[in-house]
Design a protein around this ligand. Structure first.
Ligand SMILES: [Cu+2]
Length: 325
């Protein structure tokens, strides 16, 4: 009976999307969860032990009559003192060792890892593969270690995948790395856990773990979608991929930047008082050198996409803009 109770408690407190921890889907999660559970059970054990002893001692050794004398004054007990020094010391060393080893393992990607570049920018993630393909969601094959090399084009961001137990700051002006080893297929939430600034909590993305064959298929489609899809549809995908939607609506709603609805062909007033016709050249310039002309009523906060969006992508994006009447 006790065994089954303990068993169900371990399930309740344990791994795989229980009460304490989210589901675990990476080999990197195992040592993290093991250490967490180790510390948790030590805390539960000593909490119960100390409470029970405290209550027993209060009952057993309390003064029973007002004039009762203290029985004795114990000043020293070597056996007891050594015990309560050695046991906590051993536990602290064990926790240190598990933490240190776990940290070193998390900091050292396996040599055969698949590399993906991660670019963080207000307010989206872009994942780029060595073959030039890029996407707004991170697609990886199952059972393969993946090493992310991350940088930011603007402010501090922080890349967090709870199911993999990995979290790493993404810092402008330097590269940081993190790695994981997905153990099963599925979709896993990506968060930005940087708190200062307004849009980090909107930087939601996913890690999509495919089987090997599905991954190859995805890579093939993603590498050629501009050639395979109708231009406006491909343009809508580009719009999604680069996070334009974080600042530009396509339905007329206001935002950090002007809505794209009905933008094509109008005469856009600029902060200088001049006007500019929204055509291919202006859109292209706005994407590559956003600070060149600033639309009246807006702040010059658009990041440049120079070196990130290629000509084909700008081409289909323009076709998409034309359809937003
Ligand atoms: Cu962020």
């Amino acid at each position: 009976m006790l065994a089954s109770l303990l068993g169900s408690m371990a399930g309740f407190l344990g791994q795989g999307g229980g009460f304490w921890l989210p589901e675990a889907a990476s080999k990197t999660a195992e040592p993290v969860d093991a250490l967490f559970n180790f510390v948790l059970w030590i805390c539960i054990f000593f909490f119960v032990l100390i409470c029970v002893l405290m209550i027993l001692f209060v009952m057993r050794f309390r003064r029973q009559r007002p004039d009762e004398e203290a029985l004795s004054q114990v000043e020293h007990n070597s056996a007891l003192e050594i015990t309560w020094t050695v046991i906590p010391l051993a536990l602290a060393i064990a926790i240190f060792w598990m933490g240190f080893k776990g940290y070193m393992d998390l900091a050292t990607p396996p040599a055969n890892s698949m590399g993906v570049q991660v670019q963080a920018q207000k307010w989206s993630w872009l994942f780029s593969y060595p073959n030039g393909v890029s996407a707004a969601e991170l697609h990886v094959p199952e059972d393969t270690p993946v090493k992310l090399t991350m940088s930011s084009s603007d402010v501090l961001h922080s890349f967090f995948v709870p199911a993999f137990r990995i979290k790493q700051d993404v810092v402008p002006g330097r590269y940081t790395t993190v790695w994981f080893h997905p153990t099963r297929t599925g979709e896993f939430q990506v968060y930005c856990t940087e708190y200062c600034g307004k849009g980090h909590s909107d930087m939601l993305s996913k890690v999509i773990v495919h089987s090997r064959t599905d991954y190859d298929k995805w890579m093939d489609e993603e590498g050629n979608f501009i050639d395979k899809m109708p231009a406006p549809e491909a343009g809508a995908k580009v719009f999604q991929k680069y996070g334009c939607k974080q600042c530009h609506s396509v339905d007329g709603a206001g935002g950090t930047g002007p809505t794209f609805k009905g933008l094509w062909g109008i005469d856009q007033p600029l902060t200088t008082g001049a006007k500019v016709k929204v055509d291919e050249n202006y859109v292209r310039e706005s994407i590559l050198q956003p600070q060149a002309k600033i639309a009246a009523g807006y702040e010059p906060v658009m990041p440049t996409f120079q070196g990130r969006m290629n000509d084909k992508e700008i081409g289909v994006l323009i076709e998409y803009l034309k359809t937003l009447k």
